[in-house]
Design a protein around this ligand. Structure first.
Ligand code: MLT
Length: 407
């Protein structure tokens, strides 16, 4: 008889945001007269920047004419987009990344989740806690962990991110082979300094490890001393893969475009201990399982790098950061210790009680959706994450309702 992948039985029944959506759905069905404000999942609410919309329209017109119509594009992305990314996101920040080291895709969630396929099953994982659940769950599915015991999977080296270390875990004393890092951080909003990233690059070199660096929120960095890319750190080309997305930058959560950088100098050993380029493996995986992002969407992404596009994206991220400041100030006034929100669209709030209980309280008493910290890991317990992605009117209304509910 056909059998299932038993690793799935180690997972929690549903994915965090699916679980939240189910609870919110149940509340709205039972309370149709009470409109809910969603500050849970980090999903943008502002429309696409006009430069992207214009490019989408123009590309759609090209697709409508025989002479300019396009079928399959290169799986790795069109050269026009990869060239712009290499120049604007890397060369202009002093990083040496070639266009053919960039793989355009339909999302960083998929890339972060799929990348583990190119590594051996019996490697040692180091994963922060709290963390974006995709990193953990995809490794559980692939059989790299044991059971979940007391909120943690056997076989993962957890890197605690707490108030004591400013939510930036120090390098461990134990060795690891594959390390997940995300800065600006989801869920805590913390950023890593150059010195902290240098320590991670150094650790990875010593341990012949690879860092998976999720930089999906880099466009929210306002502190000029904070690196936007792991490749701003000397030697990172030899130890790191980076994930970037247009989702939170240019409002592409529903449009879908992201990219992953795999430098050609990045190696991992085969069974005989010979170094093999990860670029070739990811290229093999990508060309086998992915057929490219649509031409109009890549044209829209390319428009992000025009002068108008850059100004519009800055306007969008400034707008969400202003929401974040309001949330942080308001929650601080209510007596909660808060971090994040200054270089990230998330505010991480110490609510000093069970995080699902606080989630339920905000939903029932204020009709506001947040994300319970426990959903991001054991260290997330006692915290909630509030996202800055909503209209100003809704954020202000949500904050008023929260203040009344907690009074
Ligand atoms: C989140 O809320 O953590 C993000 O929206 C998840 C994602 O980007 O997939």
């Amino acid at each position: 008889m056909i059998r299932i992948n038993e690793n799935y039985s180690k997972l929690k029944a549903s994915y965090l945001f699916a679980d939240i959506a189910r609870r919110v759905g149940a509340f709205t069905s039972a309370n149709p007269a009470k409109p809910v404000i969603r500050l849970g999942i980090g999903d943008v609410t502002e429309p696409l920047p006009p430069a992207c919309v214009e490019a989408l329209h123009a590309a759609t017109d090209e697709m409508a004419q025989r002479a300019t119509f396009k079928g399959y594009g290169p799986e790795q992305g069109y050269a026009f987009l990869r060239d712009l990314i290499a120049k604007n996101d890397y060369a202009d920040r002093g990083c040496r990344i070639e266009p053919d080291e960039i793989f355009v895709s339909d999302g960083s969630k998929c890339d972060c989740g799929n990348i583990q396929e190119i590594f051996a099953t019996d490697i040692r994982l180091a994963i922060p806690d709290p963390v974006y659940p995709v990193y953990v769950d995809t490794n559980v599915m692939a059989g790299r962990t044991g059971q979940n015991v007391d909120g943690r999977y056997e076989g993962i080296l957890y890197l605690d991110s707490t108030a004591a270390n400013g939510y930036v875990p120090a390098v461990p004393t134990a060795p690891a082979d594959l390390i997940y890092l995300c800065f600006p951080n989801n869920p805590t909003g913390a950023v890593a300094t150059r010195a902290q990233l240098e320590a991670w690059v150094d650790y990875s070199k010593r341990n012949k490890a690879v860092i998976l660096y999720d930089s999906a929120y880099e466009s929210y960095i306002r502190d000029p001393a904070i690196p936007h890319s792991i490749y701003e750190i000397e030697g990172a080309r030899d130890v790191a893969i980076e994930f970037r997305s247009f989702s939170k930058t240019a409002g592409f959560t529903g449009t879908r475009c992201a990219y992953t950088v795999v430098p050609k100098t990045l190696m991992a050993a085969d069974a005989a201990g010979r170094p093999q380029p990860l670029h070739a493996l990811w290229n093999r995986r990508h060309t086998t399982k992915f057929n490219g992002v649509s031409y109009p969407v890549q044209k829209a992404a390319a428009a992000v790098f025009t002068e108008a596009g850059k100004a519009q994206v800055k306007g969008l991220t400034d707008f969400y950061l202003a929401n974040a400041r309001l949330i942080r100030e308001s929650m601080t006034r209510l007596g909660f210790a808060c971090v994040g929100g200054d270089n990230a669209p998330y505010i991480w709030i110490n609510v000093k009680r069970d995080s699902w209980e606080f989630f339920d309280l905000l939903l029932e008493k204020a009709q506001v959706v947040c994300t319970p910290g426990a959903g991001f890991g054991k260290c997330g317990e006692g915290h909630v994450r509030i996202s800055a992605f909503n209209s100003r009117e809704n954020v202000e209304k949500a904050l008023d309702r929260i203040a009344s509910a907690l009074r």
